[in-house]
Design a protein around this ligand. Structure first.
Ligand code: NOJ
Length: 543
């Protein structure tokens, strides 16, 4: 066993995650699809960024109608991505480099191509029939919202073979599993053990709010759902201590809290609501949305942690904002209709920020200095763009841009699973790893620098958060404090220069260094200190 297992038990609380899509990362066998063999070759690059853990999107056999979130076999690898042996080699190679690996576990639904569903629809007397949720009328659970609003008219679809309707919260090609059937629990436990036995470091559990259905509710966050998830945690604690369970629950903070349980459910939850508010604050030049959502975020149990992010493989979700805020966000960040999808925005980080380095740095510095374990989405570290002309969320899942060569250096194939982005600003000819390696002013260098700076500051990893009361809405200032260590994070959210006065008299005589600009100041004279903040300035000041 590699020594990664003997590292700190709560490793995930201070880590940085990198979200990696195997199909998009590197094509090792030249068939136009990324695979584990290709990804192994790129692990040194991933390590060089300064991240600690890789989260990979579903890698199971699948018809890929939802990029693998439609699982056809829980105990194997998609043939496009390689074999189980390739996966194991990837895992070992990651562990050798001190990188952990977390995979997606899709609990709520399978693909309609899964043999369970095929058997279920064909044979009503089969035990598999009861693995899914059926109805004669398709009228039950009318209180459940539709998530994929742009494509699905109902959560029920009629199956000709079964002569009944089946329940699905996502695409109609993704029938929901029936958690009222204990056999389904056993199947999930089996799949979970299979991957943990292989050595993975944990799971991101997909779409967990929707496991159970109950009439008269919105079928989200039900007590039965929490009871099942606690059993999953018990399995981890008893059989695989040190592995992490992550909840993907796109919910308000008060509804997320129960997913931590009393420290007996998930170790981590994505903090969905903070994400759009970072973008809001930036465009409104006003910190209020950030302060408000953090004020609404309850304390979490010891041993728990939030996962924070700026972008991921889905649309930038606007589920956790008011309808007015959503309209405003769309108007600001998705002016063209094709930029919108369901209740979100299908664009990548750099284009959302108009390729403005200052704003990119500010958003990343915020992400890395606010509480939580941050995740970086592959390609955002080099300012990759999106292709809004591709369907669904594909435009944010194009090949990783390694070089200006053929297919962005991703693959030697004639045709790739999606075309590499060739946008004049964000495309591979301009935005690629090889070019940025040579350029100290690149996004790539900035990413490495920020991650290295964060690593040096334990207070940024697990310190408490103390806001400074600054009478200027455009300036966000807070301390992160851990023991004797304190770091002052200071941001100008506006495009105008701002001046603020800071009373740092308590620290008189000590020198502060700005980790982000490398300038140093003695805090000796003239209180309060008047600080001029240039447009979109970011500072990490430390004694
Ligand atoms: C959430 C995943 O992030 C998304 O990509 C997927 O489509 C749905 N869950 C359904 O599995």
């Amino acid at each position: 066993m590699s020594n990664i297992r003997v590292m700190a038990e709560n490793w995930y609380q201070n880590a940085v995650f990198y979200e990696l899509y195997i199909r998009a990362f590197a094509d090792g066998n030249g068939d136009g699809h990324g695979d584990f063999r290709g990804a192994i070759e790129k692990l040194d690059y991933v390590k060089s960024l300064g991240v600690d853990c890789i989260w990979i999107l579903p890698m199971y056999p699948s018809p890929l109608k939802d990029d693998g979130y439609d699982v056809a076999d829980y105990n194997d690898i998609h043939p496009d991505y390689g074999t189980l042996a390739d996966f194991k080699a990837f895992l070992d190679a990651a562990h050798e480099r001190g990188l952990r690996v977390v995979t997606d576990m899709v609990m709520n639904h399978t693909s309609d191509q899964h043999p369970w569903f095929q058997e279920a629809r064909r044979e009503p007397n089969s035990p598999y029939h009861n693995y899914y949720v059926w109805s004669e009328t398709g009228e039950e659970y009318a209180g459940a919202r539709i998530i994929f609003l742009d494509t699905e008219a109902s959560n029920w679809s009629y199956d000709e073979a079964a002569g009944k309707y089946f329940w699905h919260r996502f695409y109609s090609s993704q029938p929901d599993l029936n958690y009222d059937n204990p056999a389904v629990h056993q199947e999930m436990f089996k799949a979970i053990r299979f991957w943990l036995d292989m050595g993975i470091d944990g799971f991101r559990a997909d779409a967990v709010p929707y496991l159970y259905e109950r009439e008269g509710t919105n079928c989200e966050n039900l007590p039965e759902t929490h009871a099942f998830l606690k059993k999953v945690r018990q399995l981890i604690d008893e059989e695989y201590p040190g592995r992490v369970l992550i909840a993907e629950a796109n919910q308000w903070p008060e509804d997320l809290l129960p997913y931590f349980g009393e420290g007996d459910e998930f170790h981590m939850c994505f903090h969905f609501p903070i994400m759009p508010r970072l973008y809001m604050a930036l465009k409104q030049h006003d910190k209020t949305p950030i302060l408000n959502i953090l004020a609404r975020t309850p304390p979490i149990p010891a041993g728990a942690q939030w996962l924070t992010f700026l972008r991921n493989h889905d649309e930038l979700t606007l589920e956790m904002v008011t309808p007015e805020e959503r309209q405003w966000m769309w108007a600001q960040y998705a002016p063209e209709p094709r930029m919108r999808l369901n209740l979100g925005i299908r664009r990548r980080l750099a284009p959302l920020l108009d390729n403005d380095k200052r704003r990119w740095l500010l958003m990343n510095a915020l992400l890395l200095s606010l509480p939580g374990t941050p995740i970086i989405y592959y390609g955002d570290e080099i300012g990759m763009g999106d292709n809004i002309w591709l369907p669904d969320r594909h435009g944010c899942r194009t090949p990783m841009q390694w070089s200006a060569g053929q297919n962005a250096g991703f693959s030697p194939a004639g045709e790739t699973y999606l075309p590499a982005n060739d946008d004049p600003i964000y495309g591979y000819q301009v935005a690629n790893v090889a070019a940025q390696e040579q350029d100290p002013n690149s996004y790539l260098w900035a990413t490495r620098y920020l991650l290295q700076a964060r690593r040096q500051c334990p207070e940024l990893q697990h310190g408490r958060l103390e806001f400074l009361d600054i009478d200027n809405p455009a300036v966000l200032a807070y301390w992160r404090v851990s023991g004797e260590q304190r770091l002052l994070a200071l941001y100008n959210l506006s495009e105008q220069q701002q001046s603020i006065s800071l009373d740092l008299s308590t620290y008189q005589g000590r020198a502060m260094t700005d980790l982000l600009t490398s300038s140093s100041q003695e805090l000796l004279t003239n209180w309060p200190v008047v600080k001029i903040l240039t447009p979109y300035a970011s500072h990490w000041l430390r004694f």
